[in-house]
Design a protein around this ligand. Structure first.
Ligand code: F0G
Length: 460
């Protein structure tokens, strides 16, 4: 049954016109783009679900705050305002802005990773994983087994496997494990939340083995909303209390503000401990900027400070999470195979099950991405065969990823429920005629990260 969705808890003050194209125009545009949605011009897109990162709509309070930006190199008033907000939410007194999430990742990994060390987490995001590896570390994804099964309907599929975590800590000890990273929500398996109980237990293990625990807090508010909704004992608690409790179990956090910061650019790190902060400040000066701006304009610090407070408004979060769930319900009602349950920021469709007549070598998820653009001008992204196929270094044989998914990431406060209905109906139309879908083949690919630039053609 489709759960009724609540109305938008805001009205629209400024509009951005959307260009409507015809199906025959879109057929030409996507062919010219080599059937790769990264080559499309955003003007030719009606609804853009490529990412929820940096795509939020700001509120009137954020736009007003921009005008108060203090653009000074050192000691900016806007920095102190942001620091106060971050400390009030996280409890961490030491705050360092960065230009975006990966700026924070660079600094933390440079500070703490020595070659040959292990960094356990529930599941590291791609850019985090790359930073860990670049510094010689070995990222370990220890998410619970249910987290890797698309059909497993578990409330906290982002949880870390505590037994595996303890084994790693016991085997390698604090000299070989510089820190543990909890990503909330867990983006790499669909925006799945981590329970408070799991965080508390992981923190207990970290304390026992004297290893610091950090959060990748890009979607901390969505995670805390899921705790409130799904975890016994939290229903009546205020979101801010839940958030503070969650952060209290860690030693610090890294944040891409482009998600739950409700801004278009920015990031930060925050620490409980002064000595870690001092080390981070030194690297910040080299890589990001003086520690009171860290690569951000004063006005952006102001907008972020407001965004971090707004994101904890329960009526906003309820609407946000319900909007994502509504899209999932509409698709599931007619049997579209999706990753269950939907996460906080996106719905994922299982490409292999959507079009089982298309072999994985012919990119079933990418076929759906292309059809969705042709059908309705909607941009989604394939996270599967084109993105994650590897080559056996000895035999050259292709090793396909287990999952071939299409991600529909929903930007925050941007699309109305009517837009979401258009997305659902377009996918359902394609699903009803899925037998007619044809596979794709790659006709150009780069050596690394091929999915960003490769070109496809339809099979004969
Ligand atoms: N951590 C998580 C969990 C993320 O999802 C991202 C970005 C980052 C770190 C890096 O932050 O982009 O500000 O440097 N995720 C985006 C996405 C790109 O589309 O999911 P950044």
């Amino acid at each position: 049954m489709i759960k009724k969705i609540g109305p938008e808890p805001y009205k629209i003050k400024m509009v951005e016109p959307l260009k409507q194209t015809t199906k025959s125009e879109r057929k030409k545009l996507i062919a010219k783009a080599g059937y790769n949605i990264f080559n499309l011009c955003s003007e030719d897109i009606y609804i853009d679900l490529l990412t929820d990162s940096g795509t939020s709509a700001m509120s009137q309070f954020q736009w007003a705050a921009l005008m108060q930006g203090d653009e000074t190199y050192a000691g900016s008033r806007s920095f102190f305002r942001l620091k106060e907000t971050v400390t009030s939410i996280t409890g961490y007194p030491y705050v360092l802005p960065t230009h975006q999430g990966r700026g924070a990742e660079n600094i933390l990994t440079k500070m703490l990773i020595k070659p040959g060390t292990f960094i356990p987490g529930n599941m590291h995001f791609d850019s985090t994983r790359a930073h860990l590896q670049l510094k010689g570390g070995f990222p370990l994804d220890l998410v619970v087994d249910q987290g890797l099964k698309p059909e497993a309907d578990h409330p906290f599929k982002g949880n870390i496997n505590l037994g595996k975590l303890e084994n790693v800590l016991k085997e390698h000890g604090r000299k070989k494990v510089p820190f543990v990273l909890m990503t909330v929500t867990c983006n790499s398996n669909g925006g799945q939340p981590v329970s408070m109980e799991n965080i508390r237990s992981a923190a207990g293990l970290c304390r026992r083995y004297q290893v610091p625990l950090f959060f990748d807090a890009a979607r901390f508010a969505e995670n805390c909303y899921f705790i409130k909704e799904r975890e016994p004992g939290y229903k009546e608690r205020e979101l801010i209390d839940i958030t503070r409790e969650m952060f209290s179990y860690g030693d610090g956090c890294m944040m891409s503000s482009k998600k739950d910061g409700l801004v278009n650019i920015g990031g930060f790190m925050a620490f409980k401990d002064d000595s870690l902060y001092q080390q981070a400040c030194q690297l910040s000066i080299v890589y990001e900027g003086f520690p009171t701006y860290g690569g951000m304009a004063g006005r952006d610090l102001e907008a972020l400070s407001v965004g971090l407070q707004e994101v904890l408004d329960v009526s906003y979060l309820r609407f946000r999470i319900e909007q994502v769930a509504y899209l999932a319900d509409r698709l599931q009602e007619e049997g579209v195979p999706i990753v269950k349950p939907p996460g906080g920021h996106a719905v994922y469709i299982d490409g292999k099950k959507f079009a089982p007549h298309i072999p994985q070598s012919q990119f079933p998820a990418q076929v759906l991405v292309v059809e969705l653009y042709i059908e309705a001008g909607i941009r989604a992204i394939e996270l599967g065969t084109s993105a994650f196929t590897e080559k056996d270094p000895d035999t050259g044989e292709l090793i396909y990823p287990e999952l071939d998914l299409v991600r529909l990431a929903i930007p925050r406060r941007v699309y109305t429920n009517t837009h979401i209905d258009v997305v659902a109906e377009s996918i359902l139309d394609i699903y009803r005629n899925r037998d007619q879908l044809r596979g794709l083949k790659i006709v150009y690919e780069a050596q690394v990260l091929r999915h960003f630039t490769c070109r496809f053609e339809f099979m004969e």
